[in-house]
Design a protein around this ligand. Structure first.
Ligand code: AMP
Length: 302
């Protein structure tokens, strides 16, 4: 087992779904990804928040062993805020507001002891920050990048630049189409591979995920949940599980990548069961193992 370094957003979210509303709850790509990955491997994070974020909010991560030494708290600063509204089928959402606040001037400094971390996850945040973190780490074994429509629209050139330096890219179906201009997901994945990463994962919400590794394709189902309350953070939880598994086995061979997609899918299925990060914070290793077994049963056939 080896360590994972995660850079991403720490946010305060307001979320509306057809099932209700949660106001000013802890969120952000770093938080969901670290909650997920820390079930599998030791995690250290680099991020920023304002002092309007109560220290008690991130305590559950510290209890999971997440090293928060790289989480900068800006005195008098306001934490990143995001609000979104989900449509009836929960597969699509509109962003209602994005306030970068302290993220706008963030200059990430990777603490010295973090710089040799072998597995690096550049979670959804400004691609210029992702690139800065990548420059500060020393020859990582495996790097994974995530992004979002906001950055594809606003920072495409920076995003394409950082994409040339990573091993794997995780993206949802709509964002893969937006980035490549290809409606067909196989063509979209191939187009992303041409931009740099040898491995591309396309998430399709309740329809599972596709893994493209070199010329191989692997299809994973999503867990058929009867109650889905809030998809926020599912993508980050997926990615945290994906890199967490690779760090746990300390390898990224084709078979490891396939299992990593299943582990990620299992963690994403927990993330959506409640509003915010609460469910993910309570998942125990035995719950995760049981759900991974359920995934194996889901598409087993003779
Ligand atoms: P996901 O549902 O996996 O796409 O991630 C949702 C999380 O991403 C929320 O908790 C938000 O706080 C965070 N988020 C939303 N927009 C951005 C953005 N532009 N940059 C960084 N994080 C964001």
């Amino acid at each position: 087992m080896t360590q994972v370094l995660i850079v991403g957003s720490v946010g305060i979210d307001t979320i509306e779904t057809p099932f209700g509303r949660a106001e000013n709850v802890l969120g952000g790509s770093l938080v969901y990804a670290a909650a997920s990955a820390s079930l599998l491997a030791p995690v250290r994070v680099v991020g920023v928040a304002g002092d309007d974020l109560a220290p008690s909010e991130t305590e559950f991560l510290a209890k999971r062993g997440v090293d928060l030494a790289g989480l900068e708290i800006v005195p008098g600063g306001r934490t990143f805020r995001w609000s979104g509204r989900y449509h009836y089928d929960l597969n699509s959402r509109d962003t209602l507001a994005t306030h970068l606040n302290v993220l706008a001037d963030f200059d990430p400094k990777v603490p010295l002891p973090f710089r040799t971390t072998p597995f690096v996850f550049l979670a959804n945040v400004d691609p210029a920050l992702q690139a800065s973190v990548l420059r500060q780490v020393e020859r990582p074994r495996f790097t994974v990048l995530d992004t979002m429509n906001f950055w594809i629209e606003g920072r495409r050139a920076d995003l394409e630049r950082v994409l040339t330096h990573v091993d794997a890219f995780i993206v949802n179906d709509a964002e893969a189409r937006q980035l490549t201009g290809q409606a067909n997901l196989v063509k979209a994945a191939r187009a992303v591979q041409k931009l740099g990463p040898e491995t591309v994962v396309i998430k399709k919400g309740e329809h599972g995920a596709l893994l493209f590794h070199r010329d191989q394709v692997f299809s994973a189902p999503a867990y058929p949940l009867e109650e889905v309350y809030d998809p926020t953070g599912a993508g980050d939880a997926f990615a945290g599980g994906f890199i967490g598994h690779l760090a746990r086995v300390n390898r990224a061979e084709p078979e490891d990548l396939r299992r990593a997609v299943i582990v990620g899918s299992a963690l994403a299925s927990f993330a959506v069961e409640e509003f915010g990060v609460g469910r993910l914070a309570r998942v125990a290793t035995k719950d995760l193992e049981a759900r991974i077994r359920a995934f194996a049963d889901l598409s087993r056939f003779a």
